[in-house]
Structure formats: C-alpha cells, structure tokens
Design a protein around this ligand. Structure first.
Ligand SMILES: *[C@@H]1O[C@H](CO)[C@@H](O)[C@H](O)[C@H]1NC(C)=O
Ligand SMILES: *[C@@H]1O[C@H](CO)[C@@H](O)[C@H](O)[C@H]1NC(C)=O
Ligand SMILES: *[C@@H]1O[C@H](CO)[C@@H](O)[C@H](O)[C@H]1NC(C)=O
Ligand SMILES: *[C@@H]1O[C@H](CO)[C@@H](O)[C@H](O)[C@H]1NC(C)=O
Length: 412
C-alpha cells in the first residue's frame, strides 16, 4: 500500500510600483495654434505649439528649441486624409454622415466600442512622436443639427462618457489632454482633463464658463479670430481677472502668425491676468504614482492511495483532492501632487449672458475654420516612416516576486 500525500503551498507576493509622469502646462505660458501651413521654428515665440499629431519631424524640431507640443486630432469626426481611415469604416455604424461645414470630415458615433482601439492607436502614435499633450477635437457633436438628425443621436451623457474615457486613456499613455470647446460638459469631465482650448468665447461673452476650471489651477488656451484692435473691448471685458491665456489669429486658417494677448498693454494697467499660479515657464510634471500590491496564495493538496495485490493485477484508487484558494487583494493608491498658489484677490465674474440668438447657424459657422485649411496642409504632411509602436507606458521601478514551496511530504 502506498500512501502519498503531496502538499504544495505556493505563496507569491508581487509588488509593483509604477511612477507615471506627464507634462502639464501652467497658467501664463504662451501658446500658438498652427493647424494650417507650417511652423517656422526659428521665428516661433510661443512656449507651446499645437500642431497635427502626425507631424513627427516638426514635433522634434520644436522640442529641439525647447518648446512643448500639443498634438491635434479629431475624435468626434473622421478626417478624410487620415492614414487609419479605412479602419474606421471597418467598425459597423461608426462612420456616419458628412459634416457639411467641414467638407473633409464625417461625424462619428463614438459610442461604438470599436472606436477605442483606433483612438488608442492614435495615442500610441502621438506618444511615439513625442507629443507632450493631446487636443481631441469635435466632441461637441451632440449640439449639431446634423448629429441630432440621427435616428438615435448622440447625447450630452454619451459625450461625457466618451470624454472621460479619452482623459483617462491619454493619462495611461502619460500624455496630458486638453478639452477642446464643448464647454457644456466641463463640470462633469473637467477633472479628467489637464487644460482646455476654446475658440471664440470672447465673441459670445462666455469665457467665464471656464472660471471653475481655471480656479483649479488649470490652463485655458483661447483663440479669438480677428485683430486686437477690433476685438479690444470684448477681450478686455471677458478676460480681466479670469486667468485665461488668449491668442488672436487673423483668420480661421490657423497659420503661424499670432498675437499674444497682453492685458496690461491692451486694456490698461488695472487689468488683472487672474492667473492662479505661474510658477513655471515650462509647465509642471505631474506624477501619477500608482502602488499596486498583489498577493496571491495558492494551496494545492493531492492525496493518492494505491493498493497493490499479490497478483499481477493492480487496482488503483486515486483520489485527488484539490483545494485551491486564490486570493487577490489589490490596493491602489494614486497620489497626484500639484503645486498651486492660490490668489486671494477678488476675481471679477462676468455675468453678462447673451440671451437668445446665440445658438444660430451664423455662430457655428463663424467658429469653424474654412474647409480648405486642413485639407491642403494635411495632404502634404510628412509620411510616417515606420510602424514602430513601442508603448512604454509604465516605468516599473520596483518589482519583487517571491515563490516558496512550503511542504512536500512523501509517506510510505
Ligand atoms: C508637417 O511637417 C511638414 C514637414 O516639416 C510640413 O511641410 C507641414 O506643413 C507640417 N504641418 C504642420 C501643420 O506643421
Ligand atoms: C524662418 O524665419 C526666419 C526668422 O524670421 C527667417 O529668417 C527665415 O527665412 C524663415 N524661414 C523660412 C523657410 O521661411
Ligand atoms: C493615473 O494612472 C492611471 C493608470 O495608469 C490612470 O487610470 C489614472 O487616470 C491616472 N490618474 C491621474 C490623476 O492621472
Ligand atoms: C468656447 O467657450 C464658450 C464658453 O466659454 C462656449 O460658449 C463656446 O461654444 C466655445 N467655443 C466653441 C467653438 O465651442
């Protein structure tokens, strides 16, 4: 008779510490928005430049002269010149109707799960191209009539879900991300975004919608189309005490020419830029320290009984008892450190609200850029050379793994 007890206890402990870090802009940094034409790096004055996410060579040139780069792509529409265009069409129901004011773009139903790997892929490209931050455009689809005309239109709630996912996902790639326009969801999604970009809030006296976001120390980069002289009173009225960074562009083409709004010189010495913190000219590094502790305990017990008779016949009874306890406890601590110097001065709140005519088509048209802009530039954009997509998302600074065999007994 053989009696065998085999007992194995496996105990393993795994500690994984990962320190994620991403750059975020600080209030008061200057920016330029150049989606049209090219950037002559040697004459660029802004500290941050926003260009297309695929322009790796330009991003590199900008970094070489100490600039930070925000990388643009549209998330709410499909642009006709994108290299991954065909993949969008492969997702059933994702690509919808044309965006009539913007002839090279088509609305997307971003509720489709199939969009997620496509966006992640773009984020990987952005990361490989060394983008510091992302600007994902056209999330405000739900307010457009062309989207409202769908049988099952996108809603504000859908937009909140998608925007939060974008914010979270960008952070997983250690990219900071700005909320572009769609200010109607800023309270719900603001904490998922590092900064915001807005077109034309000065024209509608609505820049104050960003007040709470700015109070958290976050940057809002505004663009006003026209000239400082023609927009002077609107600029001074809207921006005094608000803490928003404004540029003035001559037209919607978004070429490199830019004027940085300077409140004190334009509006007078009593103008208060309202910045919450301007500790740095280079932005801040936000560390996202995640500590993960995984404890795995596994116990396996095998009991074997073998009876051998005098004859050559062997009868075997095998009982296998298996106790398997798997315990996984995950503890996650996320610490975000942020230096913010609060200003005690009273901030002026603009409460002027335009009443009705606001949401007319004139306004929507005026805030969009003309359609020739992007088509011409993007078609000439440099070819991405390889499909090297190394995603180094996490830096594991400490990894410890212990495996112990506790008991092993053989009894006859
Ligand atoms: C992208 O880079 C190419 C080559 O430097 C340039 O011709 C093109 O205009 C750039 N586009 C933008 C938006 O800077
Ligand atoms: C870029 O700007 C510099 C400085 O203004 C100028 O000298 C140079 O000619 C420009 N380069 C191009 C290609 O326009
Ligand atoms: C920290 O990183 C995790 C995963 O890497 C991400 O889900 C989370 O949003 C990040 N938090 C912040 C505040 O960036
Ligand atoms: C810019 O922000 C304002 C509110 O501050 C908002 O009303 C406006 O719609 C935004 N611009 C665009 C183009 O969405």
């Amino acid at each position: 008779m053989k009696f065998l007890i085999q007992s194995i206890a496996l105990f393993s402990l795994l500690f994984a510490y990962s320190a994620n870090a991403r750059w975020i802009p600080t209030q008061g940094m200057t920016w330029n928005y150049v989606l049209g034409g090219t950037v002559n790096v040697s004459k660029e004055k802004a500290q941050i430049v926003d260009i297309d996410f695929e322009n790796a060579s330009k991003i590199k040139e900008l970094h070489n002269v100490g600039k930070k780069v925000i990388c643009y792509f549209s998330g709410g529409t499909l642009e006709s010149f994108r290299k991954d265009k065909d993949d969008y069409y492969k997702v059933s129901g994702l690509v919808k109707n044309a965006y009539s004011q913007w002839s090279s773009e088509i609305w997307l139903d971003f509720r489709k799960e199939g969009i997620k790997p496509l966006i992640k892929n773009r984020m990987k490209i952005a990361k490989n191209n060394k983008c510091d931050a992302l600007e994902v455009d056209n999330l405000g689809a739900y307010i457009h009539d062309e989207v409202k005309s769908w049988s099952n239109p996108l809603t504000k709630a859908d937009t909140i879900i998608f925007a939060r996912w974008l914010g979270q996902t960008a952070h997983e790639y250690d990219l900071s991300i700005g909320l572009k326009n769609v200010v109607g969801i800023i309270d719900e999604v603001g904490s998922y975004f590092d900064f915001a970009i807005n077109e034309s809030c000065v024209v509608y006296n609505e820049c104050y919608h960003y007040k709470n976001f700015i109070k958290k120390g976050k940057c809002v980069f505004g663009v006003t189309y026209g000239s400082v002289s023609s927009m002077k009173s609107a600029l001074c009225k809207n921006l005094n005490g608000l803490g928003m960074t404004m540029i003035i562009k001559p037209d919607y083409d978004l070429h490199q020419d830019v004027t940085f709004f300077n409140g004190k010189s334009t509006c007078g010495s009593s103008f208060d830029d309202g910045y919450e913190s301007k500790s740095s000219n280079e932005g801040t590094i936000v560390r996202n320290v995640t500590k993960k502790t995984t404890t795995t305990k596994k116990t396996t017990t095998t009991k074997k009984t073998t009876t051998t008779k005098k004859t050559t016949t062997t009868k075997r009874t095998t009982t296998t008892k298996r106790t398997s306890t798997k315990k996984t406890s995950t503890k996650r601590t996320t610490t975000t450190k942020r230096t913010s110097t609060k200003k005690t001065s009273t901030r002026r709140t603009t409460t002027t609200r335009r009443t009705s005519t606001r949401r007319t088509s004139t306004r929507k048209t005026s805030t969009r850029k003309t359609s020739t802009r992007r088509t011409s530039t993007r078609r000439t954009s440099t070819k991405r050379t390889s499909t090297k997509r190394t995603s180094t998302r996490r830096t594991t600074t400490k990894k410890k793994s212990t495996r112990v065999v506790v008991v092993y007994v053989t009894k006859k």
